[in-house]
Design a protein around this ligand. Structure first.
Ligand code: PEP
Ligand code: MG
Length: 813
C-alpha cells in the first residue's frame, strides 16, 4: 500500500490531521515528521527521512506538507534518501488537511502513488464546488481552469517563459499542473518548475489561483494559452515539416535518392560540417569544499555572481532583443524557486558554490526524468546557466567545455555560440533555432557551419554517431550511408578548394563577370572583428555595431573612450573606411543609465534612432566622438531603424552641432539603415539628407513579414519576394549607393540577385568576405538581371531559392 508522510511545523497539528484522516480511512499507513519536539515548532529533514523509510513498503510514499520550510525540508530529505526510494516518493502540493483525508482514503483503497497524489491535489475541489457558486471570488476564493497545450513542441522554453512572465506580471499566486500526466502543482512563476511539467502538445494543464483577482488572473492565462503562448500561428503548425525527408539533389549522391537519410532544416551558417555528434557537457566546474563564511557573505556571493552573469549575457547579446530562448536563461537567473533553495541551503550552513550547485543540480535532474527529448534537453539550459554562475562565483575564467565534432542541441544561445571552439567544433545541428538569431550570427562570425530547425528527432540520435551537414542548403544526415557521407566529403573538398581560391584573391576587388564592382565589407562588433575583417580582405567595415561599447556598464562611455575605440577599429582595418552605426538598443533591453519604460511590443518600440533621440545627451556624445574620428580617418555614420524623414532631419541637425564642435571633415558620409518598410517605400524622400543607404535585411524581413526574427516557428526568409521588391524599390528610388548589411548579404544564393537589383556593397561577417567576393566574381548581371525580376514575382522564398540554384545565375567561370 502507498504510505503517507505528514510534514508539519506542529506535531499537534499533524497528529490531529492524522486522527481525522484515520476516521475516514482506517488502515491507511501514515507517518509523521512534525515539530522539533511535542511543543516546539519546526521541521527537520532527518526526521522526514526516517518517516519516508518507515512509510515505504515498496509501493512508494506520498508526502503532504504544510507551508514554507516544510516544503524545503521535504525536498532536502529527498536528496538524502537513496535513489531507489527517491524514485518512489511524490511530494504533493495538496492542502494538508483536505489532501491528507483524500490521500488516506485513496491509498487505503489500493491506488498507486500518482493517483493518490492526484486525489490529494483535488482535495479542495469539493469545497470549491460547494462554495464557488457564490460570487465571492474577489473576497479570496479559488479560481481554476483547464487549458490544452496547442504548441507543436509542447510547453518548451519559449512558451514556458511566456507563461512565467505573464504569471509574474499578474502576481496572483498562480499555479499550474499537468492534468494529463497527473503531475504535482507548481508555481507558474517559476520557469524551472513549469518546464518540469513535461507538457506536450495536447496535454491538459490545470491553472489555479486564489485570493482577490484570482478569476481575472486565471482568465488571462487561459487567453495566453489560447494564443499558444504567443508562439505559433495555426497555419505554420505543421511539425511534420520540420526535419522531414527531402528530395535529395541528384548531384549529391550520384543519382540514388532512396534510403539516403538526408533531411533538410534551414541553413544558418555556410560550410560543410562532418564529425561525431556531441552534446553539451553537463559537467559543472569543480567546486571546492569550502566552509561557509556566514549567511550574509555567502548570499552576497550569489547575488554578485548572478549579476555578473547577467552582464555577461547582456554583453554578448549586444542589445538585440531577438533570441527569445535567451529569455529563458535570464528568467532562470531570476528564478524564485532556484534562488529560494540556494538561500535555504546557505542558511543551512552551506557555502555559496555548494548551495548553488546543489539547487541547480536538483532542478536540472527533474528534467532528466521527462519523456520528451526536447524538454529533457532543457536541463542543459539549467546546467549552462548554473555553470556560468559558478564560474563567476569561483572566479574561474574560460569557457564551457567544447566537444569535438558536430554539436547537436535543441538551440544555441549567443553565450554558448561565443564559447564554441571553431577548431574543434566542425558544425552545429539544432533541433530548433533561427538563422537570424544572434546565436546564428555568432556562428557565422566564427565560421562554424550550422543548420537550424532540424526537428526534435535529432536529439535522440546516439552520441558519437557521424553527422554530416551543409550550412548553406540546410541538408543534414545522421549516420549516413557511405555514398551520402562521400558526397558531403566531396562538397567539403570542393568548398575548401573554392575557399582556398577565394582566400588567395581575398584582397582583390570583387568585380562581376561583366565588369561591375561590388564592395564587400565586414560587419563588426569588436576590435578583434576588425582584425579578422582585415585578414579576410574586407574592402571596408560596412557596419560597426557600436552597442558593444555601451552595454556592459553603469554609465555611457565618454567621448574620449569612444574616440579611442573607433580609432582602434580604423587602425586594425589599415585605415579603410569604417561605417559606425549609432547606438541600436531597444525598449526591452534598456541601458542602465538611460532608463526606459516597459514596452508591450519592444520590437515596435523605442529602438534604434528613436532611442537615441529620446536620450539626446548620450546621442550627442556619440555624434561628437564620431565627428572627431572622422577628422582622422574615413568614416561613415549610419542611423538605425529610421522610419520617418523627421527623425533623420533631427539627427542630422544634432550631427551638424557635433561637427561644429569637432571641426569639419570632408570624408564624413551620412547614411541610414533601411530596416522598416516605411523607410523603404519612401526611400526617395530621404535622398536630400543622405549619402548612402544600407538595407538591414534582418529587421526589414522581420517588419515586412510581421515575423519576429528570433522566432524559430516563423523562420522568415529574406529572399521572400515582398522583401526583394522593397530592396528593388530602394535601389530604383533612393538615388544614392545602396548597401545590404543584413545576413542576407552573406547568403551566396542571394549575392547575384542583390547585385542584379542594384546593390553595390555587401557587408557580411568577416569570415564570409572571401567567398562572397568569389560569388560576386561568378555573377554575370545580364543573366542574373532577368532572374531577379522573375524572383520578385514569385510566390514565396522557397520558389526564389529554387530559381537561384547554382548554375542558373553564375557565369560558370
Ligand atoms: C539588420 O537588421 O539587418 C542589421 C544589420 O542590424 P542588426 O542585425 O544589428 O539589427
Ligand atoms: Mg537591425
Amino acid at each position: 500500500m502507498v504510505g503517507l508522510v505528514v510534514v508539519s511545523h506542529s506535531r499537534a497539528l499533524a497528529r490531529a490531521a492524522v486522527t481525522l484522516a484515520a476516521e475516514m480511512a482506517a488502515g491507511a499507513r501514515i507517518e509523521i515528521a512534525a515539530g522539533l519536539d511535542d511543543t516546539t515548532l519546526g521541521t527537520d529533514a532527518t526526521a522526514i527521512v526516517d518517516a519516508l523509510v518507515a512509510a515505504d513498503d515498496g509501493d512508494g510514499v506520498v508526502v503532504l506538507m504544510d507551508l514554507g520550510s516544510a516544503v524545503l525540508s521535504a525536498e532536502l530529505a529527498l536528496e538524502l534518501v537513496d535513489e531507489d526510494l527517491r524514485s518512489r516518493v511524490v511530494l504533493c502540493p495538496a492542502p494538508l488537511v483536505e489532501g491528507l483525508v483524500a490521500a488516506a482514503v485513496t491509498a487505503a483503497g489500493g491506488a498507486g502513488r500518482d493517483e493518490v497524489a492526484r486525489e490529494a491535489s483535488d482535495g479542495l475541489l469539493g469545497k470549491v464546488a460547494q462554495l464557488g457558486t457564490a460570487p465571492a471570488e474577489d473576497a479570496g476564493g479559488e479560481a481554476m481552469a483547464t487549458v490544452t497545450v496547442g504548441n507543436p513542441h509542447g510547453l518548451h522554453a519559449r512558451p514556458a517563459a511566456r507563461l512565467v512572465t505573464e504569471a509574474r506580471r499578474l502576481n496572483a499566486g498562480l499555479e499550474v499542473r499537468n492534468r494529463t500526466t497527473g503531475s504535482a502543482w507548481v508555481p507558474a512563476t517559476s520557469l524551472s518548475r513549469v518546464a518540469t511539467l513535461g507538457a506536450l502538445r495536447g496535454h491538459e494543464i490545470d491553472v489555479r489561483a486564489s485570493g482577490p483577482g484570482a478569476r481575472a488572473a486565471v482568465d488571462e492565462i487561459v487567453a495566453v494559452a489560447a494564443r499558444r503562448f504567443d508562439e505559433t500561428p495555426p497555419e505554420l503548425d505543421k511539425i511534420g515539416e520540420w526535419g522531414g525527408p527531402v528530395p535529395v539533389d541528384l548531384d549529391l549522391i550520384g543519382g540514388n535518392t532512396t534510403g539516403t537519410g538526408v533531411r533538410r532544416g534551414q541553413g544558418a551558417s555556410a560550410g560543410i560540417g562532418i564529425g561525431p555528434a556531441w552534446r553539451r557537457s553537463s559537467t559543472p566546474p569543480e567546486v571546492p569544499d569550502e566552509p561557509s563564511q556566514g549567511t550574509d557573505v555567502e548570499w552576497r556571493r550569489v547575488e554578485d555572481a548572478v549579476a555578473a552573469v547577467r552582464l555577461e549575457i547582456d554583453k554578448i547579446w549586444e542589445g538585440n532583443p531577438e533570441a527569445s530562448i535567451f529569455d529563458a536563461h535570464l528568467l532562470l537567473l531570476d528564478d524564485a524557486e532556484l534562488l529560494g533553495e540556494v538561500r535555504q541551503r546557505i542558511e543551512g550552513g552551506q557555502a555559496a558554490p555548494q548551495a548553488f550547485r546543489g539547487a541547480a543540480g536538483r532542478i536540472a535532474a527533474e528534467f532528466d526524468t521527462l519523456d520528451d527529448p526536447y524538454l529533457r534537453g532543457r536541463g542543459d539550459d539549467v546546467h549552462a546557466v548554473a555553470d556560468q554562475v559558478l564560474r563567476a562565483m569561483l572566479g574561474i575564467s574560460g569557457t564551457a567545455a567544447s566537444g569535438d565534432g558536430v554539436l547537436v542541441a535543441p538551440d544555441l544561445t549567443p553565450a554558448e555560440a561565443a564559447t564554441l571552439d571553431p577548431v574543434r567544433v566542425t558544425g552545429v545541428l539544432l533541433a530548433f533555432g533561427s538563422p537570424t538569431s544572434h546565436g546564428a550570427i555568432l556562428a557565422r562570425t566564427r565560421g562554424i557551419p550550422m543548420v537550424v530547425g532540424a526537428g526534435p528527432a535529432v536529439l535522440s540520435g546516439p552520441p558519437g554517431a557521424v553527422v554530416v551537414l551543409d550550412g548553406s542548403t540546410g541538408e543534414f544526415a545522421i549516420s549516413p550511408p557511405e555514398p551520402v557521407a562521400a558526397a558531403f566529403r566531396d562538397r567539403a573538398a570542393e568548398r575548401s578548394a573554392r575557399a582556398g581560391r577565394a582566400a588567395a584573391r581575398a584582397g582583390e576587388p570583387a568585380v562581376t563577370a561583366d565588369g561591375v564592382t561590388v564592395h564587400v565589407a565586414a560587419n563588426l562588433g569588436s576590435v578583434a572583428d576588425a582584425r579578422a575583417a582585415a585578414a579576410n580582405g574586407a574592402d571596408l567595415a560596412g557596419l560597426v555595431r557600436t552597442e558593444f561599447l555601451f552595454l556592459d556598464r553603469d554609465a555611457a562611455p565618454s567621448v574620449d573612450e569612444q574616440v579611442a575605440v573607433y580609432r582602434q577599429i580604423a587602425e586594425a582595418l589599415g585605415g579603410r573606411r569604417i561605417t559606425l552605426r549609432t547606438l541600436d538598443v531597444g525598449g526591452d533591453k534598456p541601458l542602465r543609465y538611460a532608463p526606459a519604460p516597459h514596452e508591450q511590443n519592444p520590437f515596435l518600440g523605442v529602438r534604434g534612432i528613436r532611442h537615441s533621440l529620446a536620450h539626446p545627451a548620450v546621442f550627442a556624445d556619440q555624434l561628437l566622438a564620431i565627428a572627431r574620428v572622422a577628422r582622422e580617418t574615413p568614416v561613415s555614420i549610419m542611423f538605425p531603424m529610421v522610419s520617418t524623414v523627421g527623425e533623420v532631419v533631427t539627427a542630422r541637425r544634432m550631427l551638424d552641432d557635433a561637427i561644429g564642435r569637432a571641426g569639419r571633415s570632408d570624408g564624413l558620409r551620412v547614411g541610414i539603415m533601411i530596416e522598416v518598410p516605411a523607410a523603404a517605400l519612401r526611400s526617395a524622400a530621404f535622398t536630400p539628407y543622405v549619402d548612402f543607404v544600407s538595407v538591414g535585411t534582418n529587421d526589414l524581413t522581420q517588419y515586412t513579414l510581421a515575423a519576429e526574427r528570433g522566432n524559430a516557428a516563423l523562420s522568415a526568409d529574406g529572399l521572400d519576394p515582398a522583401v526583394l521588391r522593397l530592396i528593388r524599390l530602394v535601389c530604383e528610388q533612393s538615388g544614392v549607393p545602396v548597401a545590404v548589411c543584413g545576413e542576407l548579404a552573406a547568403d551566396e544564393a542571394a549575392v547575384p540577385l542583390l547585385t542584379a537589383l542594384g546593390v553595390r556593397e555587401l557587408s557580411v561577417a568577416p569570415p564570409a568576405v572571401p567567398l562572397v567576393k568569389e560569388s560576386v566574381r561568378g555573377t554575370r548581371l545580364e543573366q542574373a538581371g532577368p532572374l531577379a525580376e522573375r524572383a520578385c514575382g514569385l510566390a514565396d522564398a522557397n520558389a526564389v531559392r529554387a530559381l537561384l540554384k547554382p548554375g542558373n545565375v553564375h557565369s560558370g567561370r
